[in-house]
Design a protein around this ligand. Structure first.
Ligand code: SF4
Length: 445
């Protein structure tokens, strides 16, 4: 469990375990902030907690199993457990009740008020919060290091990709008005954040549900759309990184801002496959876009652009020919950072009904071929950085040296830069250094 708050006596104490993706992490931060506002203390010790909240992940079966095991551990160690998050709905909630009948309550993702009201019920708080003594940082409780933060701009998704159950867990797209996003971003920067990571299920769709309505930030009218958001965030003077962007035409408008140094030249764009027929069977957004042409155009405008993506091999019905067109795609796309998953059925996903499942051995063999090709592409790209001078954001300093990242690397998912024997920096510092070595994933100065 993570230590997230100062301990003071006489308060009801809550334990908190946060699992899953950055979007779930933002939900955890909201719940923790509200608990602190109501005077609860957060404890990292099972034995001190009056109740333990587990924020679960239900994205794939392995994540569900980890969630179920974590709930089991919390019940063994503490006994009073509330469950929330992506597993808190439908069949998954039934599975939790069946395996852990002692849980005190279950709620779904982003169900902040439901979690809070159950905590109030099972662990009444007698400490009256005093606004002069119980200081909550203006930016709320953060689970990320002080120098970077996730900025969630919307919840839910209007797409219905066949392998994904997120829309059934989190509902349709609900965007936050741009004024509220900008006020949060500004508060984070004021509190010392040096990198904002924009997250959602579908960042390109930001504002569609609001019909791009005009909202206000410091009295200035701004449209709630991706371009205005990017432009306003670029005024804050910190690194701004966009995740979960699909290659729609309007994303083109961000590229000149990246080329001008206003936004990090980085796009996290989950493509999932390179064969249009597979993308159509997946019901992927932007399946019909000419993605390779778009990437080439973006690189003409912004040659430094770094693209991260994820792919699935072994989707039901994937033929050898389709798989080979995926290999051709990644060879031509020359992406910088790539994750690859072997398709595995997720309970409740429409893809489970598709014919021609791929044998496990074929999936594994295709994954190996995919990874071998992509590794050589990523490694060659890193080799080309040797001798260049890069701006590095320091993440961590130990007695052996510092670890940081360049614009091309998002925290947790991409590579790092090692700065051996350099100890006179602090996390959040930006330093310029020449790259002297590289391996398949990381760089050294
Ligand atoms: S875009 Fe597709 S994969 Fe992503 S959350 Fe929406 S339905 Fe799921």
């Amino acid at each position: 469990m993570r230590d997230t708050a100062i301990q003071t006596p006489d308060r009801a104490k809550v334990g908190f375990i946060s699992l899953g993706c950055p979007k779930a992490l933002v939900d955890s931060e909201r719940i923790l902030t509200q608990l602190r506002i109501e005077g609860y203390d957060i404890t990292p010790q099972y034995e001190d907690a009056g109740v333990v909240i587990v924020n679960t992940c239900g994205f794939i079966d392995a994540a569900k199993e980890e969630s179920l095991e974590t709930i089991g551990e919390a019940i063994r160690e503490n006994g009073r457990v509330l469950v929330t998050g992506c597993m808190g709905r439908g069949d998954d909630a039934d599975a939790i009740r069946a395996r852990h009948p002692k849980v005190l309550g279950i709620s779904g993702p982003a169900a902040y008020e439901e979690v809070l009201s159950t905590v109030r019920e099972v662990l009444p708080q007698h400490h009256q919060p005093n606004p002069h003594l119980d200081l909550i940082p203006a930016q709320g409780v953060k689970l990320t290091p002080r120098h970077y933060a996730y900025l969630k701009i919307s919840e839910g998704c209007n797409h219905r990709c066949r392998f994904c159950i997120i829309p059934s867990l989190r509902g349709d797209l609900v965007s936050r008005p741009i004024g509220s996003v900008m006020s949060e971003a500004e508060g984070l920067v004021r509190a010392g954040v040096r990198e904002l990571l924009v997250v959602s299920q579908d960042t390109s769709a930001y504002g569609i549900d609001l019909k791009y309505q005009t909202d206000f930030w410091h009295g200035r009218p701004l449209k709630s759309n991706l371009e205005s958001l990017a432009s306003a965030l670029s005024e804050l003077g910190v690194w701004v990184r966009f995740h979960y962007v699909y290659p729609y035409p309007h994303v083109d408008k961000l590229i000149p801002m990246m080329a001008a140094g206003k936004l990090l030249p980085y796009i996290d764009m989950p493509l999932q496959h390179g064969a249009r027929s597979v993308l159509e069977r997946m019901k992927r957004p932007a399946a019909a876009e000419k993605t390779l042409d778009r990437i080439a155009k973006w690189r003409d405008i912004c040659p430094d652009l770094s693209i991260r993506s994820t792919f699935i091999v072994g989707y039901p019905g994937e033929t050898e020919e389709e798989f080979e067109s995926l290999l051709t795609f990644i060879d031509r796309a020359q992406l910088d950072r790539v994750g690859c998953f072997q398709y595995s059925p997720v309970k409740g996903a429409a893809a489970n009904e598709l014919p021609n499942p791929i044998p496990e051995a074929t999936k594994a063999a295709r994954w190996d071929r995919f990874m071998a090709l992509q590794q050589s592409i990523s490694a060659a790209k890193l080799q080309r950085k040797i001798g260049s001078t890069q701006t590095i954001l320091i993440d961590q300093v130990t007695e052996d040296g510092a670890i940081g990242r360049t614009f091309a690397d998002a925290p947790e998912i991409d590579g790092v830069v090692h700065l051996p024997d350099i100890t006179d920096f602090s996390p959040g510092d930006l330093v310029e250094a020449e790259i002297s070595a590289a391996d398949d994933y990381d760089l050294w100065v």
